[in-house]
Design a protein around this ligand. Structure first.
Ligand code: SF4
Length: 257
């Protein structure tokens, strides 16, 4: 069921990306029709040359889109996963938000879908890193509001009492030997990343912080895990710890490997 939800979630962003590319092709072709008579006056062969170049460009776009679909759905590297990560993180999100507005699709849905696609493209690359190169970055809102302990500067202060997920994640970080940090906001998160210089981040946050975090941290790969908000945003949030374990299992090189 969870896997089905993930596929549906990925689907929204992938379809919006495809739609954006179709709109781009229609607009560029329309422009060609508009300017081709003038080009013909300039040089008779020019409209034909330009049309041929456009057809080759469109063919590359179509093949590229099919490969991105396959990469994202099957989480296997169909030749272009590395390029797809760059393309999707750098350009496709704002374009999809723009197209999504036309169809009145909520930004939150598109953001969640973007995070799913980002994660599946990272999985397709099958990255392997030493534990010292991986950072688990958590939002402060995961901490139970009744907890008096200050954990933002020193996460090790957590007593692992079980009232919130921070304790379980601390145990997990210790088990895998990876670093853990807790940020109170985007600015602090950026500062932590600059200071610790990880090669891969496993970040927990809401869709908005994950989207900006994934884009800001690039080219560092960020595996995003959406938090759960039973009491609304930014208070006593939760996360599926098993998802973090699965990500660590996939990414961190074990000592005996
Ligand atoms: S698990 Fe850690 S952070 Fe969470 S309430 Fe207990 S001591 Fe505080």
């Amino acid at each position: 069921m969870m896997e089905n939800n993930r596929v549906i979630s990925k689907g929204l962003f992938l379809w919006l990306s495809t739609l954006s590319l179709i709109l781009l092709m229609v607009m560029v072709t329309g422009l060609w029709y508009f300017i081709s008579p003038r080009l013909h006056e300039f040089n008779q062969a020019l409209p034909f040359v330009l049309l041929s170049a456009l057809r080759i460009f469109f063919l590359i776009l179509v093949i590229g889109t099919i490969l991105v679909f396959l990469t994202s759905v099957f989480e296997k590297n169909f030749l272009i996963a590395n390029f797809a990560v760059k393309l999707f993180i750098r350009f496709m999100y704002p374009i999809c938000i723009f197209v999504g507005k036309i169809f009145r699709i909520r930004k939150e849905k598109i953001g969640e879908s973007f995070v799913s696609v980002n994660d599946s493209l990272i999985k397709a690359l099958n990255p392997k890193y030493n534990a010292s190169d991986v950072l688990i970055l958590l939002p402060h809102c995961l901490q139970d509001t009744s907890c008096p302990i200050r954990i933002t500067v020193i996460p090790d202060n957590c007593k692992r009492c079980g009232k919130c997920n921070i304790g379980d994640i601390s145990k997990l970080a210790e088990e895998f030997g990876v670093d853990i940090a807790i940020a109170t906001g985007g600015t602090l998160a950026r500062r932590i990343v600059l200071k610790k210089r990880p090669k891969l981040i496993i970040a927990v946050a809401c869709y908005r912080d994950l989207v900006s975090g994934i884009q800001d941290a690039f080219p560092i790969k960020t595996f995003g895990i959406l938090n759960i908000r039973p009491q609304g945003p930014c208070i006593n949030t939760k996360v599926d710890v098993q998802t973090i374990r699965e990500a660590l299992n996939k990414i961190v090189i074990k000592k005996d490997e």
